[in-house]
Design a protein around this ligand. Sequence first.
Ligand SMILES: *[C@@H]1O[C@H](CO)[C@@H](O)[C@H](O)[C@H]1NC(C)=O
Ligand SMILES: *[C@@H]1O[C@H](CO)[C@@H](O)[C@H](O)[C@H]1NC(C)=O
Ligand SMILES: *[C@@H]1O[C@H](CO)[C@@H](O)[C@H](O)[C@H]1NC(C)=O
Length: 140
Amino acid sequence: MSILALFWFSLVYIYLINTITLAQPNFVFERCGTSENYTIISPYTINLDATLSTLPTTNSGLGFFNFSTGEGNNAVNSIALCRGDFSPVTCSSCLNDSIVNIRKVCPDQNEAIGVYDFCLLHYSNNALLVYQEQEKEYFS
Ligand SMILES: *[C@@H]1O[C@H](CO)[C@@H](O)[C@H](O)[C@H]1NC(C)=O
Ligand SMILES: *[C@@H]1O[C@H](CO)[C@@H](O)[C@H](O)[C@H]1NC(C)=O
Ligand SMILES: *[C@@H]1O[C@H](CO)[C@@H](O)[C@H](O)[C@H]1NC(C)=O
């Protein structure tokens, strides 16, 4: 490969990496919990990573997602909802964006909510039972 080709290849590569990693739009609504925070090197981080990476695979079939890991104070509960009038691909892409963006918006809070036009993501170290009905209402 010539130096010039290598140069162009590098530019395209850098462009793609930036586009991919900076692709998440802002949430239309977001809220980070303030009552508890976690440190980056902690069981909570490990459980949050595991929870959010599995959450998108738990579609109930109706665009409702629910997944939890860990126990006690390190428990991470998460739910997501997609608006029913959009395709599974739109839903999946929206959830992927939420999962990346929520970590930037709320980098060390034990609870966070991020809402896009097409989907909603909520995680917490507390049980999310109470929120389900409220969120369904908010989102229907
Ligand atoms: C958690 O972090 C938020 C944002 O940095 C801060 O406002 C809040 O007071 C912290 N809460 C605790 C319990 O340390
Ligand atoms: C969302 O992320 C998962 C896991 O990385 C990937 O398999 C899937 O194709 C992504 N969905 C979209 C619509 O990009
Ligand atoms: C999520 O799943 C857990 C375990 O199956 C269940 O106990 C909980 O009620 C579910 N949460 C919601 C909000 O549906």
